[in-house]
Design a protein around this ligand. Structure first.
Ligand SMILES: NC(=O)c1ccc[n+]([C@@H]2O[C@H](COP(=O)([O-])OP(=O)(O)OC[C@H]3O[C@@H](n4cnc5c(N)ncnc54)[C@H](O)[C@@H]3O)[C@@H](O)[C@H]2O)c1
Length: 391
């Protein structure tokens, strides 16, 4: 489009035209809490037809789809397997919205069936599972994207832009993490706190985001070693206030509610990490990215919501003078648009155009390797090496 005069300086915010004549046939695996957000965003897309859903709990998928007025789509499948075997559905894509322990199995099954997958975070529970998923992905040639919607926030993108601009120089130290004072997630039952369903606690649930915020910014260097710690003092307490009258949750709690680690990355970079669902402190601290020319402070953030905790600051020298440059908060979400909508749209675009996944497994593999390393190190009581198998 030709620009004239001052218009040349306007940013192009025109909406992309979506080809609604080619509809993608999408199904949902796992109809719990987060599936709701997937549905809300899919239903805003003019080129999506929701054609099926399944859940291990009989009747749950049907009741779920009824809430969206989709009473007549097939939902009567005992698990992901029977749904993915149903050739009549002619599926283009699925959202895998199952709890963590059921991330790898349905994803591998879907990829083997030639179906594109949007998989919720964390990638998997173990590094081995992530590797198995990536082998299936490679063999299938299909799109597999991992559900890290905070990446699509303008402020998160700014962190990456600042690092890539060279403004900070060589990055050598990162402090990241975050946390809640009392925030063990049990509003919809125990799937987050039971090892049988979750596999990892705060470490993976919100820790994966804190790591991604920084590692994505610095280009995901390979992790080498980790010394990790995890604890469960709050989760195992029957009188934990968040449980209300559900004192039995303390017996079910079998993951971590706090984790910390010291991680070495290729390129002589150190990551100092801590994450909490519950602790006796208001914040686990600001996120700091230290470089040889400048340092970036990201105020204590709920980065899992895709937000920075306030305007970021760059600490640098300007003409020999110690200077602090404030980076204003950016809000570029359009009316009625959410980061989740962006996550769904970017996945659909990759499927339609046969382009790379917006959040590629090649990066999130390193995120998973760190989570896995922290768990192993915490259980072993000493530092461990991170060895990533060839895929
Ligand atoms: N991106 C985000 O912002 C965000 C937010 C919350 C949760 N999550 C992630 O989403 C995932 C699900 O969380 P949730 O809170 O919706 O859990 P949930 O327990 O509410 O729902 C999961 C559902 O999956 C079903 N299920 C499990 N295995 C299945 C299988 N093989 N086939 C069919 N159904 C199966 C379960 O029966 C359950 O109904 C978790 O991994 C969580 O980390 C992401």
């Amino acid at each position: 489009m030709a620009h004239n005069g001052l218009d040349a300086f306007k940013e192009n915010h025109e909406s992309k035209v979506i080809d609604a004549s080619r509809k993608l046939r999408v199904a949902i695996i796992g109809c719990g809490w987060i599936a709701e957000s997937h549905m809300v965003s899919y239903l805003k897309q003019p080129d999506v037809e929701i054609v099926a859903a399944c859940d291990l709990i009989p009747g749950k998928a049907k009741a779920f789809m009824s809430r969206f007025g989709l009473d007549n789509i097939p939902t009567d499948y005992p698990s992901h397997k029977e749904m993915l075997d149903d050739k009549s559905l002619k599926l283009d894509a699925v959202s895998v919205c199952t709890y963590n322990r059921q991330h790898a199995i349905p994803t591998i099954y879907a990829l083997n069936k030639g179906v594109n997958v949007l998989l919720e975070k964390p990638f998997t529970v173990t590094l081995e599972e992530a590797v198995d998923v990536m082998k299936a992905e490679k063999k299938s040639g299909k799109v597999l994207s991992i559900g890290f919607q905070p990446r699509l926030d303008a402020n998160m993108k700014m962190i990456k832009k600042i690092v890539e601009s060279g403004e900070l120089g060589k990055i050598y130290y990162i402090q990241t993490g975050g946390g809640r004072r009392r925030g063990i997630p049990t509003p919809f039952g125990t799937s987050f706190i039971d090892d049988k369903t979750a596999g990892l606690g705060a470490l993976a649930d919100i820790g994966c985001y804190s790591l991604d915020m920084c590692l994505n910014a610095i280009g995901y260097p390979k992790p080498l070693t980790v010394s990790g710690y995890k604890s469960d003092f709050f989760g195992k307490d029957p009188n934990y206030p968040g449980y209300g009258s559900h004192h039995e949750y303390a017996d079910i709690f079998s993951v971590d509610d706090f984790a910390a680690a010291f991680i070495r990355l290729e390129g002589d970079i150190i990551v100092d990490f801590r994450i909490s669902w519950a602790m006796n402190m208001d914040t686990a601290g600001d996120t700091l990215i230290l470089g040889t020319k400048g340092g970036l402070k990201i105020p204590s953030t709920e980065c899992w919501n895709g937000s920075v905790g306030g305007p970021m600051k760059i600490y640098h020298d300007v003409c020999g003078q110690q200077t602090e440059t404030v980076v204003p908060i950016i809000n570029d979400l359009k009316h009625d648009e959410s980061l989740f909508d962006r996550k769904i749209r970017s996945f659909l675009d990759a499927v339609k155009n046969n382009t790379a996944a917006p959040v590629p497994t090649s990066q999130i593999l390193y995120n998973q390797a760190i989570l896995d390393g922290i768990r192993r190190s915490a259980e072993a009581g000493h530092e461990v090496e991170i060895n990533i198998p060839k895929i």
